[in-house]
Design a protein around this ligand. Structure first.
Ligand code: MF3
Ligand code: CO
Ligand code: CO
Length: 275
């Protein structure tokens, strides 16, 4: 595996090398991460029965452009929306539509504003009305699994330590970790090296280094881990139609540990948000 110190003159495309980012990059990511988190904060009060995911997408688009940010997902590989809205058995990449949210739904909203060239990538789960306990438990465990993965991050720890922390916690609750999608390096490139798996063996994989910036975004299923793609080419659903949940933070490896760029300024870390 190659590492490269990312400077102003380094290529901003995905080269396969893992970028070790500068303090200036961290400053850029702090701003982008904040806009991303504030966007989800803004949506918290609006997610309720009767709202459509198309409306959520429009509010997301307007929020980002008002902040001078560009939605990274519009035109990304042919995707056309400012957000991904993944409902119930949708694992990820659900497309906004005129479908109205109904009491009991669980919804992931994933947003990625580009601010001054830097990508802030984050998602949270939202509860529509009062979902049943089994849905709320899945959401709670998924949040905690993501946080355990993030807490494993420091220089010298491995990507396997991170994946193991997530997998062990999820499986202890009899849930499964999706294998078909992973976290990713991020910065001036949306999806960069390395891949961050949300499962694995402690001590395996790549040793983390100060300056790495990537996402942690586990998708946890109530049933089996298998996923199938809908004919639209984007919407990934659980093969067994079980519920799926996901949270995502963008993080940077610091000298002593980890910095989370996408923490909610309003303290709306996980539902219920009580807005
Ligand atoms: N935000 C997603 C991620 O966490 C990627 C969405 S790509 C899209 O990596 F095209 F589906 F929007
Ligand atoms: Co995302
Ligand atoms: Co991501």
């Amino acid at each position: 595996m190659t590492f490269v110190t990312a400077t102003e003159t380094a290529p901003t495309r995905a080269t396969g090398a893992i970028k070790l980012h500068s303090p200036e990059a961290f400053a850029g990511m702090r701003k982008a991460g904040r806009v991303a988190a504030e966007c989800l904060d803004m949506l918290a009060a609006k997610v309720k029965p009767g709202t459509t995911t198309a409306e959520i997408d429009r509010w997301t688009y307007e929020f980002m452009t008002d902040q001078g940010a560009v939605p990274a997902t519009i035109f990304y590989r042919g995707y056309r929306y400012a957000s991904c809205t993944s409902l119930n058995e949708v694992v990820c990449h659900g497309m906004p539509s005129d479908r109205e949210l109904k009491n009991g739904d669980i919804l992931n909203i994933d947003v990625t504003p580009i601010v001054d060239g830097w990508h802030g990538d984050t998602s949270r789960m939202f509860l529509v009305g009062e979902p049943p306990l089994k849905a709320r438990r899945l959401v709670e465990v998924t949040y905690e699994a993501m946080m355990r993965g993030i807490e494993a991050i420091k220089p010298g720890a491995t990507t396997g330590d991170l994946g193991h922390a997530i997998q062990a916690f999820a499986e202890a609750h009899s849930y499964s970790v999706v294998r078909d999608f992973c976290g990713h390096g991020v910065g001036q490139v949306f999806h960069d090296a390395p891949n961050i798996l949300h499962y694995g063996r402690a001590g395996s994989g790549l040793a983390l280094r100060e300056g790495m910036i990537f996402t942690v975004e586990p998708m946890i299923n109530a049933g089996k881990p298998h996923v199938k793609l809908k004919p639209d080419g984007w919407t990934a659903v659980t093969k067994d139609r079980s519920l799926s949940a996901q949270f995502e933070h963008t993080v940077g490896v610091t000298a002593t540990g980890v910095e989370i760029f996408t923490v909610s300024p309003a303290g709306l870390h996980k539902p219920p948000y009580n807005t």
